[in-house]
Design a protein around this ligand. Structure first.
Ligand code: ADP
Ligand code: MG
Length: 362
């Protein structure tokens, strides 16, 4: 077993399939080039020494006393990961966890999952844990759900784990299966942060989850994966609940259609599905904001943009656009200028391409 390891886990962007992960549906996502790096050594004492260059904070905690930190909430992500690994029966000892990152926090790119996955991968390597990568992703999700207390779906961790260069990740959250689909090398992903932070620890995300559960229950199925948009339309549901269920079921169909579009090289169709996804977020799921709507509208009228939509939980955060790489500079200039003149705020661009998932650096 090595004494020391450096791991990297990327952020992720959801390309199609919004809020479908916890509804046991389909998502197309990509890992991006930015992420969290963890440098870690095995320690002789049974403690975790956790520090982050990003926030200049550090925490030391005994392995037999892993409790959530109230004052250092950021440390609960790595602590939670170690705790769930131990609870799952994996044998590990003391380690230091030195965190650095080039991923913006709270921007909807899932720095939390990147931190969890980089931590788990470091533990796997240092203590030679016999753990499959999907299980690793699931345990990281469990840490976020149960230890940190954020009810996020498996999308974030699975995307950080299974990213591939120039391929989108197709995740099936019912079968818990993953495959990848090729994206042409002449297109890029443009992420535009609306400048309004998302607030997933707020009530909106959990409220949407409850509404989706209620929709499934009212329809007499285990999850919204089991119903079609046609069935939702014909059912006797409360108007809000029906629109939530329509969003999820139509998103599942869009992911399936999107994969076909990519396989037949039809980027125009793929882009149209992205615009349709955003429209459904705006009207049916009501997880968009005026700022995100403006970014998507601007993208729609900018040459070289195939499609654009909000990405992630919504209620702020970023949009993702599929664009012609050769026109990227002009597209960023145009949209940024017009966004500033319309809303008086700055949008922050990240230009990326689908990248490799979590890995050992050294
Ligand atoms: P997102 O996952 O979209 O970036 P979250 O609110 O889910 O937003 O997770 C962000 C939180 O994750 C931060 O507030 C912090 O607690 C933790 N975190 C992520 N990256 C780091 C880092 N490099 N150093 C310390 N904490 C981090
Ligand atoms: Mg997160």
């Amino acid at each position: 077993m090595p004494d020391t390891v450096t791991t990297f886990a990327p952020g992720r962007v959801e390309i199609l399939g919004n809020h479908t992960d916890y509804n046991l549906g389909f998502v197309l996502s990509a890992a991006i080039h930015l992420g969290v790096t963890v440098r870690s050594n095995r320690l002789s004492k049974n403690i975790l020494e956790i520090s982050s260059q990003t926030n200049q904070r550090s925490v030391t905690i005994r392995l037999d006393e892993l409790q959530p930190c109230v004052d250092e909430a950021w440390a609960n992500y790595p602590i939670g990961v170690i705790k769930v690994l131990l609870e799952a029966g994996f044998q590990l000892g003391g380690m230091d966890i030195r965190i650095s990152s080039d991923l913006p926090l709270g921007a909807g790119l899932s720095s939390s999952a990147a931190l969890e996955v980089a931590t788990a991968l470091a533990a796997k390597v240092l203590f030679n844990l016999d753990i499959e990568m999907m299980q690793l992703a699931q345990l990281c999700q469990k840490a976020e759900n149960e230890f940190v207390g954020v009810q996020s779906g498996l999308l974030d961790q699975a995307s950080s784990v299974f990213g591939r260069v120039h391929r989108l990740i197709l995740l099936d959250f019912l079968a818990i299966k993953v495959e990848t689909v090729s994206l042409p090398t002449n297109v890029s992903l443009l992420l535009l942060n609306s400048g309004v932070p998302h607030e997933l620890t707020g009530g909106e995300y959990n409220e949407r989850r409850k509404q989706c559960l209620l929709a499934a229950k009212s329809l007499g199925v285990a999850s919204l994966r089991d119903v079609t948009p046609a069935l939702v339309k014909s059912a006797d549901l409360d108007d809000v609940i029906r629109r939530r269920a329509l969003h999820i079921t139509e998103e599942n169909e869009r992911v399936v259609q999107g994969v076909d579009a990519l396989r037949s090289g039809n980027l125009a169709l793929f882009g149209a599905l992205m615009f349709a996804s955003h429209e459904s977020s705006r009207t049916n799921f009501e997880n968009s904001t005026a700022h995100l709507d403006t970014l998507v509208e601007l993208a729609k009228r900018t040459p070289g943009v195939f499609g654009s939509r909000l990405t992630g939980g919504g209620f702020g955060g970023s949009t993702v656009s599929l664009i012609d790489s050769a026109q990227a500079d002009e597209i960023i200039r145009t949209i940024s200028r017009e966004y500033r003149s319309i809303v008086g705020a700055t949008c922050y661009p990240i230009l990326t391409t689908p990248s490799e998932g979590a890995r050992v650096l050294a």
